[in-house]
Design a protein around this ligand. Structure first.
Ligand SMILES: [Zn+2]
Length: 408
């Protein structure tokens, strides 16, 4: 066996095994190889095993000096492109004003839409690039980025163009999503907007391959399940995958719609009922939980523990956005999922790797296995659990993508 690169001196190599989402107790099953090595050829993992078993030749060798290695993390939910800030909202909320009232008063998402839709392509790149860099540095080698702060269809297209430029300028794999975020005021305006989205925006996004999925924010203060169904049906007719922001504050039918339409993921789920948790048992749709929101808004966390106990496949994302989750670290999101949502360290790693990849329809990321891209992290310590234990300091020492060290 001939490798370009052999990574040796790995204290523990830890990964989920096999393609497809891991559900319920499968989320605790990790493959752990002690005193491991990892061989790479042409950017792809060639061999993984105990270092003593390596019998091939390698052009170059890197000794990571008794540190743990895990797969590159996948952040399946971010709004990393925005302009302006939400510091006034933060002050208001700390003073006790509820988020829904801030939103209804024209603050919240609307204030970010006003500033973002007025910003130039280059301004948005300059603002978003350091956020992508921070997520990458925290271990995310695949990062979903949503539009949704453009509102007008041409401004949503402009945001997706920004995301395309960002993707070309980072070694991380960027997965773009068109987000239909908040509706205009007035019933006639809402209906006209939905028609415009279905007849013009979604077809153009599909034709130009600007997004892989369409996401709709289903909520009492946002879109109804009926409106979302029209938009998501249009997305599927144009060959795009679908996902939903749903059950964040209220239960208005979004989760049921997502399961019925075979969404890639239903995201948030803080307000999920026991019946809804049970309805996700064995579902191909991933339950994506976003603990940064629970921390930042002080809301009850999504029932991660109950979802896993019910046999759902759970993923974790940062939901990086200025209003409800200013968390610039994928590894910290996993640490929060352990503390706030009741996941074990093992479940959190699976939620932030293979399951998060499935939430994006990506089948070749989130695992360290021969034949997959050599995307992996060298941690600071010898025990991989420091990835979710550490808060406020980066547990990730090196980030490798396609067999190249891109950070650290
Ligand atoms: Zn979100």
């Amino acid at each position: 066996m001939k490798a370009d690169l052999l990574i040796r001196g790995i204290s523990q190599l830890v990964t989920a095994e096999g393609p497809g989402p891991k559900r319920g107790p499968e989320m605790r099953r990790l493959k752990i190889i002690e005193r491991a090595a990892l061989a790479v050829a042409d950017g792809v993992i060639l061999w993984v095993g105990p270092e003593a078993d390596w019998a091939g030749e390698a052009t170059a060798t890197v000794d990571v000096q008794h540190r743990a290695v895990v797969p590159g993390l996948v952040d399946p939910h971010t709004h990393a492109v925005w302009a302006g800030d939400r510091l006034a909202d933060f002050d208001a909320r700390v003073a006790g004003v509820p988020y829904e009232r801030i939103l209804a008063a024209g603050g919240g998402i609307w204030s970010t839409i006003r500033v973002t839709s007025a910003a130039s392509h280059d301004e948005l790149i300059a603002l978003a690039k350091p956020r992508i860099d921070a997520l990458l540095r925290s271990g995310a080698t695949v990062i979903e980025v949503k539009s949704g702060y453009g509102f007008r269809p041409e401004a949503e297209i402009a945001m997706l163009d920004v995301i395309r430029t960002l993707a070309a300028g980072t070694p991380a794999r960027i997965i773009p999503t068109l987000l239909i975020h908040v509706p205009p005021a007035g019933a006639a305006e809402r209906a006209a907007y939905v028609s415009d989205v279905c007849q013009t925006l979604v077809p153009e996004v599909a034709r130009r391959k600007l997004a892989q999925a369409v996401d709709v924010f289903v909520e009492k203060e946002a879109w109804s399940a009926q409106e979302a169904e029209r938009i998501l049906t249009s997305a599927q007719q144009h060959g795009l995958a679908i996902k939903l922001h749903t059950e964040q504050f209220q239960r208005v039918g979004g989760l049921e719609l997502g399961l019925r339409m075979a969404a890639l993921s239903v995201d948030h789920l803080e307000a999920c009922s026991a019946e809804q948790v049970a309805s996700m048992t064995g579902s191909p749709t991933i339950a994506t939980i976003l603990p940064g929101v629970s921390l930042h808004l002080g809301l009850a966390p999504a029932p991660g523990r109950k979802l896993i106990d019910a046999g759902a496949a759970v993923a974790v994302g940062t939901d990086l956005n200025p209003g409800s989750s200013p968390i610039f670290s994928a590894s910290m999101a996993l640490g929060l999922a352990v503390r706030l949502n009741g996941l074990t360290a093992q479940e959190a790693l699976v939620a932030g790797t293979v399951n998060a990849a499935c939430a994006l329809g990506v089948s070749d990321a989130g695992r360290i296995e021969p034949g997959l891209p050599a995307d992996f992290l060298v941690l600071q310590g010898a025990d991989w659990r420091e990835l979710v234990y550490t808060l406020g300091s980066n547990p990730v020492r090196e980030v490798w993508i396609g067999g190249e060290k891109v950070a650290g």
